[in-house]
Ligand binder design. Structure first.
Ligand SMILES: *Cc1c(COP(=O)(O)O)cnc(C)c1O
Length: 370
């Protein structure tokens, strides 16, 4: 039974759509979590039940990613934005050599601003002169062996640009903001010293941020950090330092169960996600430039498909007609406008087929107007 058919056509950039089976379980849990006999909104974070929720969610993420045992998994608050500061507080304070950051789009620019408050930063590559329509190739990058770490954003959510390779060198710690493509495909997590991703794009509601951090990073953290912002304290208290977002973490648990049991793991998830992206980009590329992709083909994201129409008027008409047809969340990010279809894990191939069908009809109706 479909609770609300509009959810299936929600292409929002974030918070993103969640799988219908998960929404059904969440609806039930608001009234009664079967194993606990209570509403999820009123269960103590100090209960055995919640301890098991944290443990199972951690184990599921470990299994999905094949994460080695020297990594901690944390469920924190403050969004990805808090990690923009927590990472350099932990890894950059007092360092002589600059950490290496990228300027590949809207989100990485924000990360750089925060890092510069904590210590020396070198922007190793900027997409500015390319209008943020592409990412660097390996030939354009020259990493220093002395950097305390490198940081990049694996998927630029606003521009729809995604790295399909791991950057950096093995002797320098890698840190990555994977907020908008975490658990959308396999990733060699053990090549990173720290990965962070908030839940609300791909794997849950807003309110919790997942951090995977190697034990050596935690051990080397400075001593004088506020407890809440100290990974060491968070590790010691097992993501239960103060009242954690119990509800959000529970939903992430349900999504990880869905990924393991219904989808069958991240290889399968990646295959489905690639199919969806291929269908949408195929339609865009075959539209005789009626639909104009934002990013250069080699760097386009499987998660966020950003594009323009020939005129602002047609873009406005497109968004109006799409809304009338039951689609939502298709307006581009306020920073760049245009159209953006976010096709996170929960968006089905069927939903993307409906969107491409709509786009084809729209083009036939309006292509003569420009
Ligand atoms: C949405 C987004 C953010 C912002 O996260 P908050 O949880 O709102 O702080 C950061 N990084 C990326 C890549 C994003 O897509």
């Amino acid at each position: 039974m479909s609770l609300n058919p509009n959810n299936a056509l929600n292409f929002s950039g974030g918070p993103g759509a969640l799988p219908e089976v998960v929404l059904n379980q969440v609806q039930q849990a608001i009234i009664n979590v079967p194993e606990a006999g209570l509403s999820i909104l009123g269960i103590s974070h100090r209960s055995d039940w919640f301890e098991n929720v944290v443990r199972e969610t951690e184990n599921n993420i470990r299994t999905l990613l094949g994460l080695p045992s020297d990594y901690h998994i944390l469920f924190l608050q403050g969004g990805a934005t808090q990690q923009f500061s927590m990472v350099p507080m932990t890894m950059l304070r007092g360092k002589k050599h600059p950490a290496e950051y990228f300027d590949t789009g809207y989100w990485s620019r924000k990360v750089v601003t925060e890092a510069m408050r904590e210590g020396p930063v070198r922007v190793i590559w900027s997409g500015e002169e390319h209008g943020y329509r592409r990412l660097p190739t390996d030939e354009e990058l020259d990493f220093s062996p002395d950097a305390p770490y490198i940081h990049y954003v694996s998927n630029e959510t606003v521009e729809g640009l995604q790295f399909n390779r791991i950057l950096g060198r093995d002797d320098v710690p890698r840190v990555c903001d994977m907020s908008s493509d975490f658990l959308s495909k396999p990733c060699e997590a053990d090549k990173f010293s720290l990965i962070y991703a908030h839940a609300q794009k791909n794997i849950g509601p807003a309110g919790v941020t997942i951090v995977l951090v190697r034990d050596s990073v935690v051990q080397n953290a400075p001593d004088n950090l506020p407890s809440f912002l100290d990974y060491r304290r968070q590790v010691e208290s097992h993501s239960n330092f103060n009242t954690p977002p119990v509800f959000a973490i529970y939903v992430v648990l349900l999504v990880t169960r869905w990924l393991l049991n219904d989808v069958g793991g991240l290889e399968n998830m990646a295959q489905i996600n690639q199919q969806k992206a291929k269908l949408l980009y195929g339609l865009i590329d075959g539209s005789n430039e009626f639909y104009r992709p934002w990013g250069e083909a080699a760097f386009r994201s499987d998660m966020n498909v950003a594009f323009n129409l020939p005129t602002k008027e047609l873009e406005a008409l497109f968004l109006n007609e799409a809304t009338a047809a039951g689609f939502s969340g298709l307006g581009g990010h306020r920073a760049i406008g245009g159209v953006r279809a976010s096709i996170y894990n929960a968006l089905t191939l069927g939903a993307v087929e409906k969107l491409t069908g709509f786009m084809e009809d729209f083009r036939f109706k309006h292509h003569a107007k420009y």
